[in-house]
Ligand binder design. Structure first.
Ligand code: GRF
Length: 226
């Protein structure tokens, strides 16, 4: 569901054409994409039990039949689908199948929460500015599949997590929210990632609810919620 654009004041003579204004989009139907254990999904499912939260997980999709997140979804009575790359001849046909599987749920938002695949044009063009990803580092530092490991190896004293809009790059879309987490002496990838995930889940739940209730507007790299 999308809200109508607010009225804009008429431009004065000589102003040249303006680019079309970004739409504010809101609505509470959420599809979650998972590849792993699904603790972020579980946090969203915990929050969505309260109708005042505004967002509701209506479907969960995985690239892996064995993903723990699928079990969590089934236990919560949420519909699931698996779209495994091995079942498709190439990346494009897999991506089209992902877009179709998402569309079945008519989502307002798509949340990639530990989904370890790059989404392609079929999905991103169909759900423009509605696909969000949570990443366990302070982007633009340490993008990619090993954000926690790479931050530790670099020796940073502070890392964290980022919620961002997904674009065609790797963890490169406009940033919605971030939160810092200190690296403690003796941290390894597992202990640091677990501490990040505590903060990450809270950030995700908070912002998905806000976006569902108040809407999101993406203009270039600037994101406005509410
Ligand atoms: C999260 O830290 C996410 O940012 C990263 O993988 C982790 C997924 O955790 N890409 P979970 O499956 O939600 O428990």
């Amino acid at each position: 569901m999308s809200a109508p654009e607010p009225p804009r004041s008429a431009s004065s003579a000589g102003d040249g054409p303006r680019p079309p204004a970004a739409q504010t989009r809101s609505g509470g139907r959420v599809v979650v994409l998972v590849s792993g254990s699904g603790s972020n999904l579980a946090a969203l499912l915990g929050a969505h039990q309260d109708p005042a939260y505004g967002a509701r997980v209506v479907g969960v999709i995985s690239d892996k039949p064995s993903a723990g997140g699928l079990e969590i979804a089934r236990a919560a009575g949420v519909a699931t689908a698996v779209v495994a790359p091995a079942d498709f001849p190439d990346r494009e046909s897999w991506d089209r199948a992902v877009a179709e599987a998402i569309a079945v749920f008519r989502p307002d938002l798509v949340v990639s929460a530990g989904f370890m695949r790059i989404l392609g044009a079929a999905t991103l063009d169909r759900f423009t500015d509605r696909v969000l990803n949570t990443h366990p580092a302070l982007l633009p530092a340490f993008p990619g599949a090993h954000g926690v490991r790479d931050a530790l190896a670099y020796g940073v004293r502070v890392t964290g997590c980022t919620l961002h809009v997904v674009d065609a790059g790797v963890d490169s879309g406009a940033i919605i929210a971030q939160q810092a987490v200190s690296v403690e002496p003796g941290d390894d990838e597992e202990t640091l990632h677990e501490r990040i995930k505590v903060v990450e889940r809270a950030l995700l739940v908070d912002w998905v609810g806000r976006i569902a209730r108040e809407g999101i507007r993406v203009e270039g790299r600037q994101v406005t919620v509410g």
